[in-house]
Every structure is written in C-alpha cells, then in structure tokens.
Ligand binder design. Sequence first.
Ligand code: FES
Length: 102
Amino acid sequence: MPNWVDVASEAACPEGSALEVVAAGRMVALYHTSDGMFATDGMCAHQGGPLGQGQLCGKIVTCPWHGWQYDVTTGKHELSSIHLDCFEVKVEAGRIWVDVTE
Ligand code: FES
C-alpha cells in the first residue's frame, strides 16, 4: 500500500535543481530534471552527505561533500554497482508527493 507524503511545494524545486526534504522521518532528495521529478535516499552512500544539497546536471547529481555522482533516475552510482533507494514521485495541485513505502 503506497505511503504518499506531501513534502514540498512544486515551486520549491524548479527544473534543474535538487531539494532536501524529510518524509516519514527519512531524508529524501528530490530532483527536478527535464524528464520530470525523481527522488532518492537523501544520504550519500559514501559518508552520508546531503544529496538534496548537491548539484544537479541533467540526470546526474554530485554529492556536495566529496563528489560522488549518481543517476537520479535509477539511484545508481556512476562508477560502481552501488544503488541508492529510489521513491515514486507525483505532483498534484502544486505540491510534490513522495511514496515512502518500505
Ligand atoms: S559523502 Fe557523498 S561523496 Fe562523500
């Protein structure tokens, strides 16, 4: 059963940007790409850096701490087999919702 959580206004995450939010007690990173909204675990798999504060370029986010890069559409680390958890995202009535079902 989906667990949709209202996390932010659409205006808070314009295209080309990332945003750090909390959903059901979990840090989540939102990304607004030209292909739509995506969401991953907000903590980098390296040392827990805040991916929602990272630089988004196309579909690649760069962790602000040490530069690890991930494809935000899949959660896959660019240079290894590491994967971040990914979440479904929807936008309704100007609000961004994330499904944080375990
Ligand atoms: S914590 Fe993200 S690259 Fe080190």
